[in-house]
Design a protein around this ligand. Structure first.
Ligand SMILES: [Mg+2]
Length: 256
């Protein structure tokens, strides 16, 4: 077992009931697939996550996906779900959205319409309610064009563009991201904090872990790495694993 994991396991043993486990979904608990709608938890994920939720202070899936998508894949109410980078939350089985989720819906609808009329059909336009994602995984040569259209949509609607793996996301301009989400979840607890992610959107969460570590909380930052891993993510990680199957193994080890 890598030294940072061993050290974290020791800290966990003393305070698991006050510890936070926060997990990204795509690329972390599910293989990334061409059709985003087809992404599903890897074998063993649902079980290991639900098992952790009975033992840790809190277990949360923190994703850029809408809550409706996550809800169908993690029906266990003991698992906290945070969708759209913090705009939509399900905690103790109850939904509690950020106020901006409602106010920016019409801007998102307009951006979806503009994106569909501007971009070639091979670029996937995914409406997510309070945000949208432009996917070019199946047509990587469109990356530059998608970036330009995203910037233009941002100018026209006030939404903010964020880069992700083979996609660009457009969000309401409110300061919520995986960093603010993890900080908030961790503030409600006193124990160790572990975060696992694979993409640029996860970097703020690793930065939040670093702040917690400096403040004296035991932390474990895990990067799920592959050919598309952003360098910023690797730089902030204590340990690297190879894919969702390896994440399941790691979580089982943390809970052994
Ligand atoms: Mg991801």
């Amino acid at each position: 077992m890598p030294a940072p994991v061993e050290e974290f396991v020791r800290a966990l043993a003393e305070a698991r009931g006050a510890a936070l486990l926060a997990l990204d979904f795509d690329g972390t608990l599910a293989e990334v697939v061409d059709d985003p709608a087809a992404a599903a938890p890897a074998p063993g994920v649902t079980e290991v996550v639900s098992q952790a939720a009975t033992r840790w202070g809190a277990v949360a899936i923190v994703s850029g996906r809408p809550l409706a998508f996550l809800d169908g894949r993690f029906p266990d109410p003991a698992v906290t779900l945070v969708g759209l980078y913090g705009l939509e939350v399900r905690r103790d089985g109850r939904r509690d959205d950020h106020p901006a989720a409602a106010t920016w819906r019409s801007a998102v609808d307009r951006a979806v319409e503009l994106a569909r009329s501007t971009l070639p059909e091979e670029v996937g336009v995914e409406p997510k309610g309070a945000s949208l994602t432009l996917h070019y995984r199946t047509c990587p040569s469109r990356a530059g064009e998608v970036g330009r259209v995203a910037a233009d949509l941002s100018d026209r609607t006030g939404l903010v563009a964020r880069g992700a793996r083979m996609s660009v996301e457009l969000h309401p301009p409110v300061h919520v991201d995986k960093g603010t989400v993890v900080s908030e979840l961790a503030a409600g607890l006193t124990g160790p904090v572990c975060f696992v992610g694979d993409d640029l959107g996860d970097v703020p969460a690793l930065a939040a872990l670093e702040r917690l570590r400096v403040a004296g909380r035991p932390t474990l930052a895990v990067a799920v790495v592959g050919p598309e891993t952003p360098v910023e993510l690797r730089a902030g990680a204590d340990v690297e694993v190879a894919g969702p199957a390896a994440v399941v193994e790691l979580l089982a080890r943390l809970d052994a």
